[in-house]
Ligand binder design. Structure first.
Ligand code: SF4
Length: 321
């Protein structure tokens, strides 16, 4: 898992990371217009052996499923920052992330329960249908205190519908990413929502965000007791425009974070047992799947730091981030 500079992953006591066990996606709404993941992925289309050799076409990366188990520190993990875990949930999607693969992702999150996982989707219906269904793994993941489920809300037309679907989802912790915020959302019912993150678009061609849209949302979150995070104003130089709103920084996190205090990373030996079990399953079930991404010839060995000895132990499987 790569370290991530994303502001809302900087939860005190956790190492901020992104975990991309699928790659590729399709645009679904105006919030996707300047998708950074697509821009990045398409740059490498056709580059033989590169993780994004197939550009932004959907692919599975099952050799990365084990990553949350390998890091010897507690992490705040953005799950699939370069894709959408519930890909296949939109009628225009050209392929589908298999339900069984999403279940395996949930199982890893349940096994490595010393981390916090944040999932954001624009395919809210599929998330709701899986989490509200009868499958025991999905039900457990929906109720787990360390797994936070969320949707992106960029405008009224597409975003507010996702918000309503999230409210129907039987998740213990629900969050919303109001990013990139593209218009005033008006009066919003935020019941059942634990955490809201607001941000403007950045980079070339950015669509600017008005202060009154932000203050309207922040006011409603305060009134409806939603924890607030203001990520950025955005713009060409997002560092320059900063993340201060009315003279302060908003860095709140869901209150459930307190419940997670005291969880410890298991020993190297315990994690190795879990990793070997998962590898056996991955080899048997996923490595020959037609949607699996290319596995580069020169793969870098994963190193698992011994929690007690601090030694670096090379493992036979690989990580190509
Ligand atoms: S859903 Fe997310 S990953 Fe997919 S195209 Fe839109 S912004 Fe990009």
């Amino acid at each position: 898992m790569q370290r991530s500079p994303i502001e809302w992953l900087q939860i005190p006591g956790y190492s901020p990371r992104s975990w991309n066990n699928v790659r590729g996606c399709e645009k679904v709404s105006p919030g996707c217009a300047h998708c950074y993941a697509e821009t990045f992925a398409e740059r490498f289309r056709g580059v033989e052996g590169h993780p994004y050799e197939f550009g932004f076409d959907f692919r599975l990366a099952p050799f990365k499923l084990e990553e949350p188990l390998t890091v010897p520190e507690r992490c705040a993990v953005f799950v699939n920052s370069m894709a959408d875990l519930f890909y296949g949930g939109n009628k225009h999607d050209k392929a589908e992330n298999p339900t069984e693969y999403i279940r395996d992702t949930c199982q890893v999150m349940l096994d490595a329960d010393w981390n916090i996982y944040i999932i954001l989707t624009k395919r809210a219906e599929r998330m709701r249908d899986l989490l509200n269904g009868d499958d025991a793994v999905f039900r457990e993941a929906a109720e787990a205190a360390h797994i936070w489920w969320g949707v992106s809300v960029e405008n009224q037309k597409h975003g507010l519908q996702r918000l309503r679907i999230l409210q129907e989802t039987r998740a213990r912790t629900r969050c919303i990413s109001f990013e990139p915020l593209l218009e005033d959302l008006g009066e919003v019912d935020l019941s059942g929502i634990d955490w809201g993150k607001v941000g403007g678009e950045s980079g070339v061609g950015y669509r600017s965000m008005e202060k009154k849209w932000v203050t309207n949302l922040m006011r409603q979150m305060r009134q409806q007791k939603v924890q607030r995070h203001f990520k950025q104003w955005g713009g060409i130089h997002k560092k320059k425009s900063g993340r201060e709103l009315n003279g302060r920084i908003y860095d709140e996190y869901p209150k459930i974070v307190k419940e997670l205090e005291g969880r410890e990373v298991p020993s190297h030996k315990e994690r190795m047992v879990a990793i070997e079990k998962l590898r056996a399953h991955v080899r048997e079930r996923w490595m020959d799947h037609p949607l699996v991404a290319n596995i580069p010839d020169k793969m870098q060995p994963i190193y698992l730091n011994g929690a007690t000895s601090g030694s670096r132990v090379p493992l036979p499987l690989f990580n190509e981030d």
